[in-house]
Write a protein that binds this ligand. Structure first.
Ligand SMILES: [Zn+2]
Length: 187
C-alpha cells in the first residue's frame, strides 16, 4: 500500500480492506484519503462514476444540495466532540428495500472513518405508494425531501411523511434537506 500523508499509524488498513462495510478515511475538509474494497465494489454495482468516489475526491459531494452542510457539520462535530455519530438512512430501489447505517468514527484531529453498512436489505413486497404532489409543494412550488430518511415535507407544515414512490422516482422540482429527527442525531 502506498504511504499516505499523515496516515494514522494504528489503523489496520488490511483489516479495514477486508471488511464488508463500505469504509472511507475522510479528512476534516471532506477529502477522501483512502477507501476499502467494499466501498469501490458498492460504487461499481450501483453505477457510480468511479473517479468521483475514489481517494482524492470529496466525501461531501456524495450528498445532495441542502443536506451537504449537515454532513459537513456532522464530520466536524464528530472530530471536535471526539464521539461516534450514527445515522440510518434509506436507500431503496424499485425492487429492493434497503436501509444503511452510517457511522462516523473520529480519528484524532485528522478526520473520520466513515463506515456505511447495510442494516436491512430485502425484496420489496409492498406496493410503492404515491401521494398528491399539491399537498407537498411549498410556496415556491418545491418538494423537500430529507436526504437521510427520505421522508417528504408536507407543504409548508413541519410534518414529514414517508412517500415510498418518491424515494424511488422523485417528482419534479425536489430539493434535499434534513428533517428535524435526522438533524437531531448530530446536535
Ligand atoms: Zn430525516
Amino acid at each position: 500500500m502506498n504511504a499516505m500523508r499523515g496516515r494514522p499509524s494504528e489503523l489496520d488498513f488490511d483489516l479495514l480492506d477486508a471488511d464488508p462495510a463500505s469504509i472511507a478515511l475522510v479528512r476534516r475538509d471532506g477529502t477522501i484519503e483512502w477507501v476499502n474494497r467494499a466501498w469501490l465494489a458498492f460504487g461499481q454495482e450501483n453505477g457510480a462514476d468511479m473517479r468521483a468516489i475514489s481517494a482524492g475526491t470529496s466525501y461531501f459531494a456524495a450528498i445532495a444540495g441542502d443536506a451537504r452542510p449537515w454532513l459537513v457539520r456532522a464530520v466536524e462535530a464528530c472530530i471536535e466532540g471526539d464521539r461516534i455519530l450514527e445515522a440510518d438512512y434509506e436507500c431503496s430501489s424499485r425492487s429492493q428495500v434497503r436501509t444503511f447505517r452510517m457511522r462516523l468514527l473520529p480519528y484524532h484531529d485528522i478526520g473520520v472513518l466513515a463506515e456505511h453498512s447495510l442494516r436491512v436489505g430485502r425484496p420489496r413486497v409492498e406496493p410503492l405508494v404515491g401521494a398528491d404532489e399539491r399537498c407537498y409543494r411549498n410556496a415556491q412550488g418545491v418538494i423537500v425531501m430529507c436526504s437521510n430518511c427520505r421522508r417528504t415535507l408536507r407543504g409548508d407544515a413541519d410534518v414529514w411523511d414517508f412517500v415510498s414512490q418518491w424515494t424511488v422516482e422523485p417528482p419534479p422540482r425536489v430539493s434535499h434537506g434534513i428533517c428535524g429527527v435526522c438533524s437531531s442525531y448530530f446536535y
